[in-house]
Write a protein that binds this ligand. Structure first.
Ligand SMILES: Cc1cc2nc3c(=O)[nH]c(=O)nc-3n(C[C@H](O)[C@H](O)[C@H](O)COP(=O)(O)OP(=O)(O)OC[C@H]3O[C@@H](n4cnc5c(N)ncnc54)[C@H](O)[C@@H]3O)c2cc1C
Length: 301
């Protein structure tokens, strides 16, 4: 299909299907994070998510067998442009789509991709990120949460902090220590843990404002099957997590730039952030190698 035809078909689909309220600026309490415990204050948020997921438009560049639309870079750009044209909201946002999903596309086993990617793309599962620990913030390599190799499974014990939305999440991607003899920057593995597993618990952290998305997350001899949880090679947590790290940084950079623009913000403001080549980002060499993330370059915010 030519790009012109793709644009015409996409425009017509969006015009026909995007609900009216999804063409307005995102309301803070209508954030489409998905997850098993998702509550949709505006029912059209749910409708829009389901419609986009059915077309693979929540994860446009992911392969169709994993819930994406299998679009190439040019087609994905056209989809973003056409959504921006009608001021459509992003149908789904969150760390599943923007961080662990792209890491899985690159480093996950076929089994892990089949298990997780479709549920991320459909918004069924909400992910959180377990990197920071009480004594491991900027010095992340000093992390102490341990995963002991028990053959077909690992036993995880330790705690994480500042875990955004852990109390609402279904799964967590984590960095844990699997080699206790190695130097601190090695011996770390990148793992996935089901938040419903026995031994996982969370405790919300209240900030001075009285509310906060942050939690402490505890692992008490949690058992997870090896094949299910380990991303990339053991002791090479950085393979998969470098991708997730880079995406975290991109997101933080994007948010920082976005906040720096005074309100009211417009599509022009968005171009101020992303109009420049990606090379303007300090981590650009790393970013350029990453699989494309769905809404990094053009959500309606
Ligand atoms: C909005 C938000 C959401 C977050 N969500 C998550 C999440 O979902 N999951 C997660 O794991 N983490 C999350 N974090 C945590 C975050 O990514 C960092 O890990 C954490 O904030 C830094 O750790 P810390 O608070 O212990 O600070 P520290 O590491 O103690 O740093 C405190 C200060 O000291 C400075 N500093 C530290 N070391 C040095 C040094 N060697 N030389 C000079 N200065 C230094 C730092 O720059 C900083 O200003 C989030 C943070 C924010 C702000």
């Amino acid at each position: 299909m030519s790009l012109e035809t793709f644009r015409a078909e996409t425009r017509s689909w969006l015009e026909e299907h995007c609900p009216v309220s999804m063409r307005t600026p995102m309301a803070a309490d209508e954030y489409p994070g998905g997850g098993r415990r998702a509550r949709f204050k505006n029912p059209e948020t749910k409708v829009w998510l389901a419609l986009c997921a059915s077309k693979g438009f929540t994860a446009p560049t992911w392969p169709t067998e994993y819930g994406g639309a299998g679009l190439n870079v040019d087609e994905a750009q056209i989809l973003r442009q056409e959504m921006m044209r009608i001021k459509a909201r992003a149908p789904l946002v969150g760390m599943g789509l923007s961080m662990i999903g792209p890491a899985l596309v690159e480093f996950g086993t076929d089994e892990q991709k089949s298990e997780h990617l479709p549920k991320i793309a459909s918004g069924e599962i909400w992910w959180c990120q377990g990197y920071s620990e009480p004594n491991s913030g900027s010095d992340l390599a000093s992390l102490q949460t341990k995963a002991i190799d028990k053959g077909d499974h690992f036993e995880i014990t330790g705690s994480k902090v500042w875990t955004s939305y852990a109390d609402k999440s279904d799964w967590i991607f984590c960095l844990v220590r699997t080699d206790f003899e190695a130097t601190k920057h090695t011996g770390i593995s990148f793992v996935l843990i089901d938040m419903a597993s026995k031994g996982v618990s969370t405790r919300p952290i209240k900030l001075i404002s009285g509310k906060s998305p942050f939690c402490e997350t505890f692992f008490d001899e949690v058992q997870e099957r090896r094949r299910r949880m380990l991303i990339g090679r053991r002791q090479r947590g950085v393979d998969g997590s470098k991708t997730a790290f880079a995406l975290t940084s991109v997101n933080h950079d994007w948010r920082r730039r976005w906040r720096a623009i005074p309100e009211p913000r417009s599509p022009t403001s968005r171009r101020l952030i992303w109009g420049r080549p990606m090379a303007s980002l300090q981590i650009s060499p790393c970013v350029k190698k990453l699989p494309s993330t769905p809404w990094m370059t053009g959500p309606s915010v």
